[in-house]
Ligand binder design. Sequence first.
Ligand code: PXL
Length: 277
Amino acid sequence: MSYSKILTIQDISCVGQCSLTVALPILSAAGLETCILPSAVLSTHTAGFTGFTVRDLTEDIPAIAAHWKKEKIAFDAVYTGYLGSTAQISYVKEIFASLLKDGGLTIVDPAMADNGALYPAFDKEYVDAMKTLAFTADIILPNITEACFLTDTEYQESYGEDYIADLLDRLTAAGAKTIVLTGVSYTPSKTGVVVREKGETRYYEHPKVAKGCHGTGDVYASAFVGALLNGLDAYEAAALAADYTLQCIRLTQGDEAHWYGVKFELALPEYIRALGK
Ligand code: PXL
């Protein structure tokens, strides 16, 4: 596989092991040239800390993109995570249209919700804007809550295979191409990921070791993108990223003081080995 150049657009939470502080090291470990576009700078993430600071960088995005265009910089893939505002979503759409190489990939993690609720910063207007971004992307990685918001489906705490199949059908009908649906758990001791690609649906199940660790969505999406751009197909990349994320959670479990993220750095050597590097 050639040396790919990827752009990832998400916030910098200075403390909290999520978004860019996770994506940049994981994508770099995957051997990708990783360019970043910070959507905002926060002192911490917003899930559990209080009184955090936020510097919204929306106004900087068009000038940064215009400079790259002038320099004839183009990317093999653009991967988006947590975005700071509805306006940023339209700038991201312009970046998809103007800064990708021919045949370049777009990957959207609609990072906006979990456990049945939107993150504090978001509202219905943001969800509607995210629909217009997610349904144009080549690959989306929603969790079940995000898939529900994207399809106006009622969130259920427990469900069976029919509910998941219906959710995937609704996403497909709305325009989603490849779907990687995370956090699909049919029994309390197991969880997994469902991949629907070109009409085929496959489930990768693994042990569930802890409930709701912060930042694991970003660890998972970054590890998935890194594997995909190393030539794995979506299902293989989804499985490899799941094994890595599980290992990150295992390495963090039991450390009560480390409630805000996972120790993803400690499992990077294993991730690199799993990629055959
Ligand atoms: O994707 C998780 C995430 C990223 N960035 C910020 C967040 C969160 C989750 O709450 O608050 C700022």
